[in-house]
Design a binder for this molecule. Structure first.
Ligand code: MN
Length: 231
C-alpha cells in the first residue's frame, strides 16, 4: 500500500517489565464515576448509567518515567484528574459483566487533564466536551501492569499531590461503576477492540495547576507517575 501522506506515529505505552509496547487504539473516558466528585461538580451522584467521552489516541503521553506536558492554550483553569486506567487486550461486543475482566490486558495510573473552563462552558450550553477534554497531550499514562502479573485490583488507594501537597485522595473501591461494569456497559454501545483504553473517572479534589507545578499521581500497586507542567 502506498500512502499519499506520511502516516502519523502509532501512540504506544510502556508495559512494566517488558520490552514490547502497548499500541493505543481509542481512549474512552468515564464521566463522574466517584460520588464525591460528582457532588463537587454540582451533580447528583445517584447511580445513573455511566456516560463516556473520548480523547484521541494521540493525546496519550507515556509517563512511565517523569515527563512534562505544556500548559495548554485557550484556558485559565487547567485541571488535574487522577484516574485508574484500563487497557483492553481482547475485543468484544455485548460482553457480560462476569466475563469483562477476561478482556482486560492491564492497568495503569493516568491523568485526564482538562481545560475546565472550556468543559463547563460546553456542558452548560449543551455542547460537546471536546475542547475541554480532547486536546494534545491531555492523557499522561504510566506503565501498564499486566493483569496476568498483578491480577485485577478492586481496592487500592488513588492519590494525587501537586508540589508535594495532597490534592486528590480516594480508593478505587469507591468507583460507582466498577471496572467490569464499565467494560460490559461500554461494549453494548461500541465493540471494544484490542488496544482500547478506558479512563475510569476521577475522585474528588480536582483543581487547577499552573506552569512549574509537579503532579505526582499514584494508584497503590500500580506505581506513581510524575508530570510537570511547563509554560
Ligand atoms: Mn476524568
Amino acid at each position: 500500500m502506498k500512502l499519499a501522506l506520511e502516516a502519523p506515529p502509532l501512540p504506544t505505552l510502556t508495559i512494566a517489565g517488558r520490552e514490547e509496547r502497548f499500541p493505543v487504539n481509542r481512549v474512552f473516558c468515564v464521566g463522574r464515576n466517584y460520588a464525591a466528585h460528582a457532588r463537587e461538580m454540582g451533580k447528583d451522584p445517584d447511580r445513573e448509567p455511566p456516560f463516556f467521552f473520548m480523547k484521541p489516541a494521540a493525546a496519550v503521553v507515556d509517563a512511565a518515567s517523569p515527563t512534562s506536558v505544556p500548559y495548554p492554550v485557550k484556558t485559565k483553569n487547567y485541571h488535574h484528574e487522577i484516574e485508574l486506567v484500563i487497557a483492553i487486550g481482547r475485543g468484544g461486543r455485548d460482553i457480560p459483566v462476569e466475563q469483562a475482566l477476561d478482556h482486560v490486558y492491564g492497568y495503569a495510573v493516568g491523568l485526564d487533564m482538562t481545560r475546565r473552563d472550556l468543559q463547563l462552558d460546553a456542558r452548560d450550553k449543551g455542547r460537546p466536551w471536546e475542547f475541554g477534554k480532547s486536546f494534545a497531550q491531555s492523557a499522561p499514562i504510566g506503565a501498564l501492569h499486566r493483569a496476568e502479573d498483578i491480577g485485577h485490583p478492586a481496592q487500592a488507594a488513588i492519590t494525587l499531590t501537586v508540589n508535594g501537597q495532597p490534592r486528590q485522595g480516594s480508593d478505587i473501591a469507591k468507583l460507582i461503576w466498577s471496572v467490569s461494569e464499565c467494560v460490559a456497559y461500554l461494549s453494548e454501545y461500541e465493540a471494544l477492540e484490542p488496544g482500547d483504553i478506558i479512563m475510569t473517572g476521577t475522585p474528588e479534589g480536582v483543581n487547577a495547576v499552573v506552569a512549574g507545578d509537579v503532579m505526582v499521581g499514584e494508584v497503590q500497586g500500580l506505581g506513581a507517575i510524575e508530570v510537570r507542567v511547563t509554560g
